[in-house]
Design a protein around this ligand. Structure first.
Ligand SMILES: CC(C)(COP(=O)(O)OP(=O)(O)OC[C@H]1O[C@@H](n2cnc3c(N)ncnc32)[C@H](O)[C@@H]1OP(=O)(O)O)[C@@H](O)C(=O)NCCC(=O)NCCS
Length: 196
């Protein structure tokens, strides 16, 4: 178990499940990230600004690498390994954010390009992230929140076994829209080993 942040190497490992891979992002992925995160529907409930240019995408990747070096945020690119998928192309991201090592806790995040919703990709990818957080990083608790209207996200979080712990009123102001958040937590003890 890698319980200390400095035990990690210089980049994130690739995590694999049938049909999907989570891999380290590089600047070569900037066009793909721009495609995903410039779409208003994708960022609507994300609590991050929409990417408006390729330069924004470059900056986002560099910021992600800086945060990885600080061990405060780990972000993987999601790749489909199914037949017919563009080989190696990043279709979405999975993130452990706001990592608190003293509390062994992180915030779970996920987003997929609009064209790839509803194919079960995140249902296969997110358990990899949770398993890695608990079993390799030695985290104790994961948190997630989602807008009450974001049905796919709520379903995904609940399928993983997260418990609903609260309802946070008007927590986000995203592109001028005030949004509530359903708040969830998952403890290491709630997560069966080798679940994924
Ligand atoms: C949330 C998101 C990542 C889901 O990814 P996905 O690969 O499309 O999800 P899946 O196909 O694995 O579906 C997950 C579950 O939600 C259900 N679901 C999918 N779309 C749904 C919808 N519109 N309404 C209700 N349930 C839905 C699926 O049926 C599945 O549940 P099941 O296994 O019981 O059938 C994707 O919609 C997305 O990127 N949204 C924009 C970004 C975002 O909001 N991220 C989360 C912020 S908290």
């Amino acid at each position: 178990v890698q319980s200390k942040p400095h035990d990690l190497s210089h980049r994130l490992p690739t995590l694999r499940a049938p049909g999907v891979e989570l891999r380290w992002l590089t600047l070569a992925d900037a066009p793909a990230l721009f495609e995903i995160f410039s779409e208003p529907e994708v960022v609507r409930f994300l609590g991050v600004p929409r990417l408006r240019s390729r330069a924004d995408a470059d900056r986002r990747i560099l910021d992600t690498h800086a945060a990885f070096n600080d061990r405060t945020l780990f972000e993987w690119g999601l790749v489909s390994t199914e037949w017919g998928a563009a080989p190696g192309a990043v279709l979405g991201t999975c993130t452990l954010a706001d990592i608190s090592w003293p509390n062994r806790r992180a915030q779970l995040g996920f987003a997929l390009g609009r064209a790839h919703w509803g194919r079960g990709l995140m249902s296969r990818a997110v358990p990899l992230l949770v398993g890695y957080a608990f079993e390799s990083l030695g985290l104790h608790r994961l948190e997630a929140d989602a807008d009450p209207r974001n049905a796919a996200s709520l379903r995904l979080i609940e399928k993983l076994g997260f418990r609903r712990e609260g309802y946070l009123r008007e927590r986000y102001i995203q592109e001028g829209e005030i949004q509530d958040a359903v708040f969830y937590g998952l403890l290491r003890a709630d997560w069966p080993v080798q679940r994924s």
